[in-house]
Design a protein. Structure first.
Length: 168
């Protein structure tokens, strides 16, 4: 038998809103390759292909733009019909001084342009939820640069502290 308890909430949670405008750099050729295939395509249309990503998150589309963090995760070709449709699960791991060590958990489909869901976060972005709108800013045979508009709500841990009262 499972036991559980529901504690009353003694304070109102304070949510903060986050807007970020970033660029995500996917590089598919050497010497700066930032993704790797782990499962090859078992059939001609690529269905089932799986890649591990370590894409750059930067403040601009230029290769020398300031590094904000990394998009670390996986891509899987999950559609047999749509040739450029991938399922994505990744963590946006922030490296810059303002959000260093914080993450956003991003999940969804990566077609040419679209949206991915923010389903969680750590560090400063605890309990994050929101959306990442992405469009292809530029692409060639070596790389693809996505323009990202991040819009999220999160709850700072300091705002969720409950009073000293004990409930049993």
């Amino acid at each position: 038998m499972a036991y559980y308890a529901i504690a009353p909430l003694l304070c109102m949670l304070v949510q903060r809103e986050l807007y970020m405008h970033l660029y995500m750099h996917q590089i598919v050729t050497e010497p700066n390759l930032n993704q790797g295939g782990v499962v090859g395509p078992p059939n001609p249309n690529g269905f089932g292909s799986t890649f591990v990503t370590n894409w750059l998150l930067a403040n601009g589309p230029d290769p020398n733009a300031t590094l904000i963090g990394r998009a670390e995760g996986i891509l899987m070709k999950t559609s047999q019909a749509n040739l450029d449709h991938w399922y994505s699960s990744m963590n946006f791991v922030f490296k810059d001084t303002r959000f260093s060590g914080s993450t956003l958990k991003v999940m969804g489909s990566v077609p040419q342009n679209g949206e991915m869901s923010i389903i969680g976060g750590t560090g400063q972005f605890v309990m994050a939820q929101g959306v990442v709108e992405h469009t292809i800013f530029n692409q060639d045979g070596h790389s693809r640069i996505y323009e990202l508009n991040v819009h999220a709500f999160y709850t700072p841990m300091a705002s969720s502290m409950v009073s000293d009262l004990l409930y049993t």
